[in-house]
Ligand binder design. Structure first.
Ligand code: SAM
Ligand code: SF4
Length: 476
């Protein structure tokens, strides 16, 4: 697949703002969603082509219930056709919640005097990582407030510490970051620590709404945040995650903002975002947000389906902000990564006390899926999904793997599925209770049938046997 430049009112230039709110409003106002057009656009996406902003606007304007079903069905087909049934699992680890910004929606905002502030000490960080490893986690995203305590050097140090922690057969093989935007030098520093993806969410792409929600602190500067991932790219981090916080402004506007951001990264760096996130606003300590733009469950599923079709090659992340019944639905429509076993209270993974009610003053926002990693895996297996902890491409330097998965015929069957099987086999050997293990081995057998012809099954079996004999971290 080739990227193609889309004519936009603002020409893309590295480090230059690229959002024209008027243009997005015009697209939403002036596109019509006829049956024929919507179907042609879905077919284009199923042919593995990126959609333009105008085409995405057509899908956003499809209000007829039958057409909405067709869009969802298109997303479901694309997901099955391109990605199969793997779901990548990870966990968030909050390192520090001091924050000098004042985002109106966030429990960590500086004006919230009820927030219990904490930065994990090195020892606490190690204990939390050990606890995560004991559960079977292999991929983490470290999360930080924006504060002078969390300098690039501090972030890099915490990343290195996480990689060093080994508990039993456990280890963290990929550390992603969600933190404040850095300058180019800062991004270089964290890159050297071996990070995976660097995520920065624009929250809302609408400049005026943005200014209203971010009244003070460094985050008040819309443009600085908008091109932060340009700075990451300039620093050599080509693995970046974008996102919008749904509920702050019109969801249709935000979808086009995300597509416009994707265009910008493609135009300037010839690589789109590694992942797109679409967190939906949740209750939080000192939360006082007008519900005017709140996104219903139905709209939420719709917007995810449209994003899947608009940027068919990118990874899509859904977090435990959402309750399980929504997560289940969305997995079908194109979401490829979820967190599991999530605790967002500072230091909670290492806390051996009996589970307690969520205390919003200790958390950034409320989460709605508190199940353990094994409970999530168990349920994924019941639905014949293939849980994966794979980190092979990134460790072999096969960067842009999400793009290869999408564009190289047979890549998933040659690499992704066998590697998902090997990481699941490790989990089943080391951490799964008997019942889960039984289901897991069955799902592995089912998936083997699917990769025949692409991968030497005898070699895969030999590797599974090596895992059973105690070898770890084997991948194709
Ligand atoms: N401080 C960094 C920043 O703002 O970029 C790190 C990110 S913050 C810890 C992670 C993300 O959580 C934010 O980018 C925002 O999208 C999301 N978030 C904040 N408050 C939220 C809420 N009340 N409900 C859901 N998500 C929220
Ligand atoms: Fe701070 Fe991030 Fe929360 Fe804003 S969203 S108050 S920057 S932690």
């Amino acid at each position: 697949m080739k990227f193609y430049p889309e004519k936009c009112s603002i020409q893309d230039e590295s480090m230059k703002s690229f959002i024209d709110a008027g243009e997005i409003h015009d697209l939403l106002k002036n596109t019509q969603a006829s049956k024929l057009r919507v179907r042609a656009i879905i077919a284009k996406s199923l042919d593995k082509n990126r959609l333009s902003m105008e085409e995405t606007a057509v899908l956003l304007n499809a209000n007829d219930p039958d057409l909405i079903e067709e869009i969802k069905e298109g997303a479901r087909n694309l997901k099955n056709k391109v990605y199969g049934n793997r779901i990548v699992l990870f966990a968030p680890l909050y390192v520090g919640n001091y924050c000098s910004n004042n985002c109106k929606y966030c429990g960590f905002k500086s004006s919230n005097k009820d927030a219990v502030r904490k930065t994990l000490s090195r020892e606490e960080l190690i204990q939390n990582v050990q606890a995560l490893e004991e559960n079977g986690q292999k991929r983490l995203i470290l999360v930080y407030g924006e504060h002078k305590k969390y300098s690039p050097e501090f972030i890099a140090e915490t990343v290195k510490t996480v990689y060093e922690v080994k508990k039993g057969n456990g280890e963290i093989r990929r550390v992603n970051i969600n933190a404040a935007p850095l300058d180019i030098e800062g991004f270089r520093t964290v890159k050297e620590a071996g990070i995976g993806t660097y995520q920065v969410f624009q929250e809302t792409y609408h400049p005026e709404a943005y200014t209203w929600y971010h009244p003070s602190g460094k985050k008040a500067d819309y443009d600085y945040r908008l091109v932060s991932l340009d700075r990451a790219m300039e620093a050599g981090i080509d693995d970046v995650g974008i996102g919008a916080l749904f509920g702050l402004y019109d969801w249709k506007f935000e979808v086009l903002g995300l597509v416009r951001h994707t265009n910008h990264l493609e135009a300037c760096y010839n690589v789109g975002p590694h992942t797109i996130s679409f967190p939906r606003l949740q209750n939080a300590s000192a939360y006082d947000i007008d519900e005017k733009y709140s996104v219903s469950d139905e709209e939420f599923v719709r917007l995810i389906s449209i994003l899947r079709l608009a940027v068919p090659y990118t990874g899509m992340i859904l977090t435990a902000r959402e309750p399980w019944h929504i997560r289940q639905q969305v997995l079908e429509f194109g979401c490829s990564q979820i967190d599991a076993g999530t605790k967002i209270e500072m230091g909670a993974y290492a806390d051996r006390k009996l589970p307690q009610l969520q205390d919003l003053n200790k958390e950034q926002f409320k989460i709605n899926d508190e199940r353990s990693l094994n409970e999530v895996i168990d349920e994924l297996l019941d639905k014949n999904f293939l849980p994966s902890f794979c980190t092979a491409c990134y460790r072999l330097g096969r960067t842009g793997e999400h793009f290869m998965e999408f564009s190289v015929p047979g890549f998933i069957k040659r690499f992704c599925t066998p590697n998902a099987i090997l990481t699941l086999a490790e989990y089943l050997e080391d951490y799964a209770p008997e019942e889960t293990a039984k289901k897991g081995w069955q799902v592995i057998e089912n998936n083997k049938k699917d990769i025949e012809g692409f991968r030497d099954l005898e070699e895969l079996d030999r590797r599974i046997e090596r895992i059973k004999q105690g070898e770890r971290d084997i991948y194709f």
